[in-house]
Design a protein around this ligand. Structure first.
Ligand SMILES: Nc1ncnc2c1ncn2[C@@H]1O[C@H](COP(=O)(O)OP(=O)(O)O)[C@@H](O)[C@H]1O
Ligand SMILES: [Mg+2]
Length: 256
C-alpha cells in the first residue's frame, strides 16, 4: 500500500495518531465513516441547511447507492465524503484519516492515491485527448510510461479506436466511458459516482452501468453511487435514502 515516499511522509506526520497511521497500513474494514455531517450555506436572508447530521459507514469492497429527490443533498454529501468540499460540522474519515483535519494538499494526495470520482457531466479536460485525460491521474503521481496502461483501459471500455479524439468529438456515452477509465486507472480503494448515467440515453446508461459494476468487481473497489435510477440502485448491496438533507431510510438488498 505504501507506494512512495510522499505517502510515507503524509502517514508519519505527527498530526495523525497511531490508529490513523496504522489504518493505512493494515487495510481497515471501514473505508468511509461519516459522523454528524452537516453543511450550511449562509446567505443574507437565512442559513440554508443542506445536510443535517448525516452519519453512515461503508465497508471495504461493498457497494452502496444513495437515492433521494433533487435538492436533497446527495451531491453535497458525495463531495464531502470525497474531500472535494469541507463540512460545516461533523467528520469524514477515509481509511481512518479525518479529512477535515487535513490541509488541502494532503486531501489532494489522498484523493489521487485512493479515490476515484465519476461525475454526471463527465468533467473531462476539453483540451486533452481521450488518452491524455485517462493518463492525468497517474501523471499527477509522477509515474512514467503510463501510456500503455491508459490505452489498455480505454480498450477495456470499448474505445480503442478513439485514443486521439477530444471530448467534443465524443458522444456523451463515450465521454463517460473515458471518465470511468480515468477513475479506475489508479485502482482506487473507493469510487464515488454522482448520477453517472444521468445525462445518458437508456442504451448508453446500460452500457456504462454494466461497465461500472464489472470494473468495480474486478478491481474490488468500494462503490458509493448516487442515482435517480432505481434499477441501477438495486444492483448495489445497500440503498440509503435522503430527504431534505437527512438520511431517512436504509435498505439492505444483497447478502454480503
Ligand atoms: N454553493 C451553494 N450555495 C447555496 N446552496 C447550495 C450550493 N450548493 C448546493 N446548494 C443547495 O443545496 C441543496 C442540495 O443540493 P445538492 O447536494 O446538489 O442536491 P442533490 O444532488 O440531491 O440534487 C440544494 O437546495 C441546492 O440548491
Ligand atoms: Mg446532485
Amino acid at each position: 500500500m505504501l507506494t512512495d515516499l510522499k505517502g510515507l511522509k503524509v502517514i508519519l506526520k505527527t498530526s495523525y495518531n497511531l490508529h490513523q497511521r496504522l489504518s493505512l497500513i493494515i487495510m481497515p474494514e471501514t473505508v468511509l465513516q461519516a459522523e454528524g455531517l452537516t453543511k450550511v450555506y449562509k446567505s443574507a436572508e437565512r442559513d440554508l441547511i443542506v445536510l443535517d447530521h448525516v452519519s453512515f459507514e461503508v465497508q471495504q469492497g461493498t457497494s452502496v447507492a444513495i437515492i433521494g429527490p433533487s435538492g436533497s443533498g446527495k451531491t453535497t454529501l458525495l463531495g464531502l465524503c470525497a474531500g472535494l468540499d469541507v463540512a460545516s460540522s461533523g467528520t469524514v474519515s477515509l481509511m481512518g484519516f479525518k479529512l477535515n483535519a487535513m490541509n488541502e494538499d494532503d486531501r489532494a494526495y489522498l484523493r489521487n492515491q485512493y479515490i476515484g470520482f465519476v461525475f454526471q457531466n463527465f468533467q473531462l479536460l476539453p483540451t486533452l485527448t481521450a488518452l491524455e485525460n485517462v493518463m492525468v491521474p497517474l501523471e499527477l503521481r509522477g509515474e512514467r510510461n503510463v501510456t500503455k496502461k491508459a490505452k489498455d483501459l480505454l480498450a477495456r471500455v470499448g474505445l480503442a479506436e478513439r485514443f486521439s479524439h477530444y471530448p467534443s468529438q465524443l458522444s456523451g456515452g463515450e465521454q463517460q466511458r473515458v471518465a470511468m477509465a480515468r477513475a479506475f486507472i489508479t485502482s482506487p480503494r473507493i469510487l464515488f459516482a454522482d448520477e453517472p448515467t444521468g445525462n445518458l440515453d437508456d442504451e448508453n446508461a446500460t452500457q456504462v452501468t454494466d461497465l461500472l459494476f464489472e470494473m468495480n468487481q474486478q478491481e474490488k473497489t468500494t462503490l458509493v453511487l448516487v442515482t435517480h435510477n432505481l434499477e441501477l440502485a438495486e444492483k448495489t448491496q445497500r440503498i440509503l435514502q435522503m430527504k431534505g438533507g437527512k438520511l431517512v431510510n436504509e435498505r439492505f438488498l444483497a447478502v454480503l
